[in-house]
Design a protein around this ligand. Structure first.
Ligand SMILES: NC(=O)c1ccc[n+]([C@@H]2O[C@H](COP(=O)([O-])OP(=O)(O)OC[C@H]3O[C@@H](n4cnc5c(N)ncnc54)[C@H](O)[C@@H]3O)[C@@H](O)[C@H]2O)c1
Ligand SMILES: O=C(O)CCC(=O)CC(=O)O
Length: 355
């Protein structure tokens, strides 16, 4: 039974899930009333985007392959210009959070609907959150206009995601659900999705690590990613996401790896203030302790556990701490300079998480 009053708000999105679902892309565009869609991707995923453009036939207005991590303003402006030049009336994002993020940057300033075809576990396709990086600072916001109208989850597209990236991307998804479990505006429905999403990823990541082409494991991971993305889009994130935005945008660190390194330390920081959430995370992962369980999962699957191993410089830790303290945001435990700096040091060194 709910132990406090709550508000639950659902959003209008159509989700199609299953192997081979990519074939539905033309029908989905028709449902959106679109005739000329610009297909977006990163440069390395050009071949996947070409496959989608071929499937769309005359509905494809071209391919823009300039998506990059953290959506630098220059890439957003180039993509907006490409959409206008192509006379596009819709956007098809084929890729991970970087590509979906680029589609959102266009949708923020134009009425073009987004059809998202996710190929990682980042979950951006389920959120009205956008991010833009300019002058070394990442700005994020929520705007209903950027929420993809339709999402095609086809696990076959994730078979090509390298195992290392799959693991960190899956832990990025777990981070959304973990923070959702102690969100100030959480509710029983988002908590159910969060626990189920963590459990799905907790069993799928070891399985796909052992057998990267196991379609059942890939489907389970994508199912978990969907639920975790829904949680991210529904409730307010706290210290972990703030810290990752700051570090990622200001020091250009790889997004999913960063989440993987930082999450155990933030869970340890918040453990005393959010014991029920920690119990649910630990139970979903089948471990005794949430923070240690997440770091053990990362270590076991060969993922990075130290900021120094993913490009962070020790001399930037003070600046990172100051940036993270600049704005106020909700968190179960008050955010204070000394313990936050200690958290960053522990994450830098890859130490065991300790509150
Ligand atoms: N707004 C949101 O709600 C939200 C949520 C999560 C992440 N994000 C943003 O998304 C970005 C990170 O997204 P990401 O972690 O998915 O990384 P990404 O989209 O940058 O992908 C990482 C790399 O993997 C490649 N790749 C992706 N899928 C592949 C596949 N199936 N096969 C082969 N290669 C593949 C990409 O081309 C890229 O080179 C960050 O900028 C982050 O801030 C936003
Ligand atoms: O950077 C963004 O686009 C927002 C990212 C977000 O809220 C989720 C994440 O950090 O994984």
């Amino acid at each position: 039974m709910p132990n406090r009053p709550f508000t639950y708000e659902s959003r209008a999105q159509r989700v199609l899930f299953g192997p081979g679902m990519l074939a539905q892309a033309p029908d989905e565009l028709d449902r959106l009333g679109a005739r000329k869609a610009l297909v977006l991707c990163t440069a390395p995923q050009r071949a996947q985007a070409e496959q989608v453009a071929a499937l769309l036939g005359p509905r494809a207005a071209g391919i823009f392959d300039g998506a990059v991590m953290h959506v630098p303003m220059a890439s957003a402006e180039a993509a907006r210009a490409a959409a206008a030049a192509a006379g596009a009336d819709a956007l098809v994002a084929v890729g991970g959070g970087s590509t979906v993020g680029l589609a959102k940057a266009i949708a923020l300033v134009s009425p073009l609907p987004v059809l998202a075809i996710p190929t990682t576990y980042a979950g951006s396709e389920m959120t009205p959150i956008y991010g833009l990086t300019e002058n070394g600072l990442k700005r994020t916001g929520r705007d209903a206009r950027v929420l993809p109208r339709s999402v095609l989850y086809d696990p076959e597209l994730t078979l090509a995601l390298p195992v290392g990236l799959s693991v960190v991307s899956g832990i990025n998804a777990i981070a959304h659900a973990a923070e959702g479990l102690y969100a100030a505006d959480g509710n029983p429905v988002t908590s159910l999705m969060a626990a189920e999403g963590i459990a799905a990823l907790g069993r799928a990541l070891p399985a796909l690590h052992a057998a990267p082409h196991d379609l059942a494991a890939r489907s389970d991971a994508l199912y978990g990613a969907w639920l975790c993305g829904l949680v991210l889009g529904s409730v307010a994130m706290a210290l972990h996401h703030k810290l990752c935005h700051t570090l990622g945008g200001s020091f250009n660190l790889p997004h999913a790896e960063l989440h993987t390194v930082v999450l155990p330390h933030v869970l340890a920081y918040n453990a005393g203030a959010a014991p029920q959430a920690m119990q649910r995370i630990a139970a979903a992962l089948g471990t005794a302790d949430a923070a240690q369980g997440v770091q053990a999962l990362a270590r076991r699957l060969g993922a990075p556990v130290a900021l120094r191993d993913i490009g962070m410089r020790e001399e930037d830790l003070d600046k990172a701490c100051a940036l993270a303290l600049r704005d106020a945001y909700p968190n179960p435990r008050p955010i204070e300079a000394a313990p936050l700096r200690a958290l960053l040091q522990a994450a830098y060194e890859g130490a065991a998480p300790a509150g």
